[in-house]
Design a protein around this ligand. Structure first.
Ligand code: PMV
Length: 327
């Protein structure tokens, strides 16, 4: 248990993939936005390291252990308390938000005189993700949670948005490189409604399923390239603030993902329910369960439709602030 005054509090947003999931694994562009839902960590001095009342454990808390070993290796122990409104294991980036908030809090304790180094922090949060996921993780979640706004990933530098940095990771399948860019969205009267199926489908299983389908029929790489083409179209529309065209691209992106075999009956039910009140609807993240996303000007009506169809709805603007220190 923590005792004494709070030493540091940091928060970080979750993310939602608007375009390009799965295809990004094969080098196509992908677009993610930081959502309003956040994870908050507070750290107070204590007699031993703990997380929400249980002892810090390398197996249970791999992200936190890795960050602690980097920044607070010799520091006195702290009690961490985690709270927030990002559903866990639903494709909304809760684990990257944990790495980014804990990283910012620990970095502040270790170097109170320095501000948040977003490049360094997102690289470390990406490493923590990869460490916790058996060496396979794109920097999408970590960069979106740390930087906020809209983040674009590609295997080459894009002309749209501001290029920020290159990320590399040696995965079990070989070395991978991503160019990471940031956009600031228009502040329009437009919302995302996220519909959670409550079904948990591990990302690794979904990614393997796609890899097996491509190995069985290499001509299906055309479907991956088509997702890339749609993602570029959606991104261009987003930059122009043409949300009707963004919605169309989302619908096309979903049809390609469904054809690839990564949707699920639960996702289809929520998507069908949200479609009439939305500009665009699609699954978001690895699929098989998890969440769908709707782009809408009427978030109340879309949320109600999702909830009536059995989902849990969350409302967010497009692009929110990245990791920040709260105190
Ligand atoms: O649901 P998430 O956030 O784990 O989405 C994974 C996105 C994939 O493209 C399927 C995998 C990846 O590493 O980019």
């Amino acid at each position: 248990m923590g005792e004494g005054p709070e030493l540091v509090v940091a928060s970080a947003p979750g993310k939602c993939i608007l375009f390009g999931e799965h295809a990004v694994v094969y080098g196509q562009p992908a677009v993610a936005v930081a959502i309003e839902q956040r994870l908050t960590v507070s750290m107070t001095p204590a007699t031993s390291w703990s997380v929400d009342g249980s002892a810090l454990d390398e197996n249970k808390h791999p992200h936190i252990t890795m960050l602690k070993d980097i920044w607070l290796h010799e520091a006195p122990p702290m009690a961490l308390h985690i709270s927030g409104d990002i559903p866990r294991a639903s494709g909304l980036g809760s684990s990257a938000a944990l790495s980014s908030a804990v990283g910012a809090a620990m970095h502040h304790l270790a170097h109170p005189e320095k501000g948040i180094d977003r490049d360094g922090l997102s690289a470390l949060a990406h490493r923590a993700e990869a460490h916790a996921q058996g060496g396979r993780a794109s920097p999408m979640d970590a960069s979106t949670s740390v930087e906020g706004g809209v983040v674009v990933l590609s295997d080459h530098k894009e002309t749209i948005g501001k290029w920020m940095y290159t990320r590399q990771l040696t995965t079990p399948e070989g070395k991978r490189t991503w160019e990471v860019h940031k956009l600031t969205p228009h502040h329009d009267d437009i919302y995302l409604v996220l519909g959670n199926t409550g079904v948990h489908a591990p990302t690794a299983k979904q990614v393997t399923m796609v890899a097996d389908a491509l190995a069985a029929d290499p001509s299906r790489m055309n479907e991956i390239k088509a997702i890339g083409t749609v993602a570029r179209r959606g991104l261009a529309a987003l930059v122009q603030g043409d949300y009707e065209a963004v919605g169309h691209a989302m619908i096309e992106n979903h049809l390609l993902l469904r054809n690839l075999g990564v949707s699920s009956p639960e996702l289809e039910t929520l998507i069908q329910a949200a479609a009439p009140s939305s500009l665009g609807v699609k699954l978001t993240g690895a699929g098989g369960g998890g969440c769908m996303v709707a782009l809408t000007r009427d978030p109340k009506q879309t949320s109600e439709a999702i909830e009536l169809a059995g989902g849990r709805a969350l409302i967010s603007h497009i692009g929110n602030e990245g990791v920040r220190l709260e105190s």
